[in-house]
Design a binder for this molecule. Sequence first.
Ligand code: NAD
Ligand code: GLY
Length: 359
Amino acid sequence: MHTLTVQTPSHQYPIFIGNGLIDQAHELLRPYLGKKAAVITNETVAPLYLAKIQTALDTLGIDHFSIILPDGEAYKNWETLNLIFDGLMQNRAERKTTLIALGGGVIGDMVGFAAATYQRGTPFIQIPTTLLSQVDSSVGGKTAINHPLGKNMIGAFYQPQAVLADLNTLHTLPQRELSAGMAEVIKYGALGDSRFFRWLEENMADLMAQQPEKLAQAVYHCCKMKADIVAQDETEQGIRAWLNLGHTFGHAIEAEMGYGVWLHGEAVAAGCVLAGRLSEILCKTQPEDTERIAKLMTAARLPAEPPKFPFERWLEHMRHDKKVSSGVMRFIGLNRLGEANITEINDMEILRQTLQPYL
Ligand code: NAD
Ligand code: GLY
């Protein structure tokens, strides 16, 4: 097992990474639990892993109840958030009740937001069960729900008490979801570590086959990169924005296609390639760098190109991006493979040129 620590100005917490950790949840999570807990999951993950968490809580003599939500990005909204609050109220959850998010990034983001707001803040624990949530969404305290006009538009920065990432849970993950998580893994290499990017190029076949040691190495490396970035910039005043490489284009794809039609990771994959193309036009990167990103995304069975839709629709979605500041659009681009930048775009023609093949 690997343990990492996330240190923010206000809070410090561990990330446990390893195989079979859910079976040790009673030992690992004991210090982070109070007298009562709510396990919040969805109808896909519940039959797979809920009983294991319930057993861990029984072993510790903790009073607990469960809330099982519908599954899917399309349910990451106010209505589903309210189902969490209904369950908490009906079961008399208190301010010290620990909310346990058991599932992928959708569950983690929604439960985190519920925890940030229920009774003005209850403790919560992340048990991420997808590759994407293990390498990205469970770490760093971004929580949110979607608005029909924009992705993750309503949320809070709210850190968990602990993160427990059991790599064995990935054995039940559909291949398409594994690929979606791999998009975020590749993103880390592209934005901040060219050696890691090369390692991914050399090892992608083994990673897709879930070779345990290599997968653990990749998850650890991504969590370490994210922990370091979050420690420097918890609330995204600067460098944390790099983690949004590919996301401005990606969020536009998700919103345009309808949430859940393109998986978040699939949209990020095509978005990272577009970020490379944008950087080429701005004369920051070489086309070979973008080609390497596209090739690695393809090796992870991900789309390297976006769907086609009109430029005005791209603009409409991208104008809602959270990086827009004083009306100016800001994109995460690349100086080179392994080094990101934040670029302001005032000239919409640059965007049109980037997207031209997909209009
Ligand atoms: P997801 O939560 O929808 O999970 C994908 C699918 O896999 C779902 O159907 C889920 O029920 C199922 N599943 C989960 N674990 C499983 C398992 N072990 N076995 C079988 N099936 C399993 O999607 P995701 O890719 O995990 O997360 C995407 C979400 O994360 C998006 O909403 C995105 O905005 C968010 N996100 C947030 C952050 C952040 O920093 N907070 C970062 C990146 C992404
Ligand atoms: N996933 C982007 C971030 O956590 O900042």
